[in-house]
Ligand binder design. Structure first.
Ligand SMILES: Nc1nc2c(ncn2[C@@H]2O[C@H](COP(=O)(O)OP(=O)(O)O)[C@@H](O)[C@H]2O)c(=O)[nH]1
Ligand SMILES: [Mg+2]
Length: 305
């Protein structure tokens, strides 16, 4: 199930990579092999690790540790696997007892609201009773969008008045969480305000308000990253990390890119675990991130559907 989503979502990246891997496996010179490897790593957008891997491949071929260019694909598989596991996989954290709160952050258009809806449906599948908070009050349409998802999923959506302060919406939603039979609150937030500084202080204010009512919350602060923006997303992640400690990443829009290798950069550069991936616009286009299945979907074209 998870593997099928990965494969669907990673089709573009996989096609790109499998083509390069076939070339790599062929009987070519060291020079051509390194060029192909370079192209593969850059087009898949693995980030600064590309350079490290290239140098390593060159020196291993030179020293004879890798006997021939045709040893490159399996070596690469091993190294990518190590990279993916460099930020340990962590399951979603729930409150030990009492209700759980997840805060979802990210730039406008990254797929936050859609990811919140996907997460809510996933939580329902786990037997949870979610509640939504529409704390992106900067745009009226954003509140509407979230609450429409809430209606479709049969989940209550806490919203403020038109000009409500997002922290007050978060406050009301926590009160609702504590007094209702819902057990997980998912808070959607704004991705843009008049200034970056405003946005960051608003997000930390939301986190403080939540913590005041539920001391162990938020249990997760999830950053939604648009996979199609590749390495730029890493810069965004650093900025968001300044407002609240990020506990995980939801990597959206993997279906729309050949740069699925960005996951490797996130793992090795940010040290924040990727917890979910989004592979389409529907609520079902969502999967828990599993490093080994991701790698299989990425590197093993013979299993393609
Ligand atoms: N193809 C694709 N589109 C997505 C995915 N996630 C979100 N989108 C689309 O991206 C656009 C922005 O999403 P939205 O959730 O409103 O972003 P927000 O501004 O961060 O809340 C919408 O058109 C979504 O349908 C995904 O995983 N794959
Ligand atoms: Mg939104």
């Amino acid at each position: 199930m998870v593997l099928a989503s990965f494969k669907r979502g990673l089709a573009r990246t996989r096609n790109r990579i499998s083509h390069a891997l076939r070339q790599l496996g062929g009987d070519t010179s060291t020079e051509v092999t390194l060029e192909t490897l370079e192209e593969l790593l850059y087009t898949a957008d693995v980030g600064p690790m590309a350079e490290v891997l290239l140098e390593e491949a060159a020196s291993k071929l030179k020293s004879g540790e890798l006997a021939s260019p045709s040893d490159i694909p399996s070596w690469l598989h091993g190294r990518l696997s190590e990279l993916l596991h460099s930020s340990p996989q962590q399951p979603l954290q729930f409150a030990e007892d009492g209700p759980t709160v997840f805060l979802v952050v990210g730039v406008n258009g990254s797929g936050k609201t859609t990811s919140v809806a996907k997460l809510v449906q996933w939580l329902q599948e786990q037997g949870k009773r979610p509640l939504l908070a529409a704390a992106d009050t900067f745009r009226a349409a954003a509140v509407e969008q979230l609450c429409i998802w809430g209606d479709r999923l049969g989940v209550e959506c806490v919203r403020g008045s038109e000009t409500a302060d997002p922290a007050s919406v978060a406050h009301d939603a926590c009160a609702q969480l504590l007094s209702s039979d819902a057990d997980v609150l998912v808070i959607d937030t704004a991705g843009r305000l008049h200034t970056q500084k405003n946005l960051m202080s608003e997000l930390s204010k939301i986190a403080r308000v939540v913590e005041r009512q539920i001391p162990s919350a938020p249990h997760e602060t999830l950053l939604v990253m648009d996979a199609t923006t590749g390495q730029n997303a890493i810069q965004q992640a650093r900025r968001f990390g300044e407002s609240a400690p990020l506990s995980g990443v939801i990597l959206s829009k993997l279906d729309g890119t050949a740069k699925g290798g960005a996951v490797l950069g996130i793992a090795s550069e940010l040290g924040i675990p990727v917890k979910f991936i989004g592979v389409g616009e529907q609520v079902n286009d969502f999967a828990v991130f599993e490093a080994s299945e991701f790698l299989e979907a990425l590197l093993e074209p013979q299993h393609a559907e």
